[in-house]
Ligand binder design. Structure first.
Ligand code: RB5
Length: 143
């Protein structure tokens, strides 16, 4: 599995920690920036990560900004993306089971590192349930 990651300055440190975690699991990482805590614009990074996933260059994507809100809004503007902002492990589990979320967003200023890694682990390891949820995901994809 290849995971694309991206962040703005507010999510930079968390993105770096997530990269380490992914690599510790031998997951290939495509890092689309940013590369420091210097101020940048989150829509740029949300879009590039979402385009990597939508085009198939990456299997899934993880994005971080200060709250996770702005960058998830940006990602969800790209057709085919279902980016879920998660603040706890249950949300990560449910968004994989029910929404087949192909991107995960978290806030570097709102979610502590330990929780963020638990969220990431659950999101990576939970399968989509399909069934009645497939119809709803198809509806999302047709919008
Ligand atoms: C940047 O200051 C901040 O607005 C951004 O990281 C994010 O929280 C936006 O939703």
């Amino acid at each position: 599995m290849k995971i694309a990651v991206a962040s703005d300055h507010g999510g930079y440190r968390l993105k770096e920690r997530i990269k380490e975690y992914l690599r510790s699991r031998n997951i290939e990482v495509m890092d689309l920036g940013t590369d420091s805590e210097e101020s940048v614009d989150y829509p740029v990074y949300g879009k590039s990560c979402a385009e990597a996933v939508a085009s198939g260059k990456a299997d899934r994507g993880i994005v971080c900004c200060g709250t996770g809100i702005g960058i998830s809004i940006a990602a969800n503007k790209v057709k085919g993306i279902r980016c879920a902002l998660c603040t706890d492990v249950n949300m990560a589990e449910m968004t994989r089971k029910h929404n087949d979320a192909n991107m995960l967003a978290m806030g570097g200023r709102t979610t502590d590192e330990e929780t963020a890694l638990k969220i990431t682990e659950k999101w990576l390891d939970t399968e989509f349930e399909g069934g009645r949820h497939q119809r709803r995901v198809d509806m999302l994809n047709s919008m």
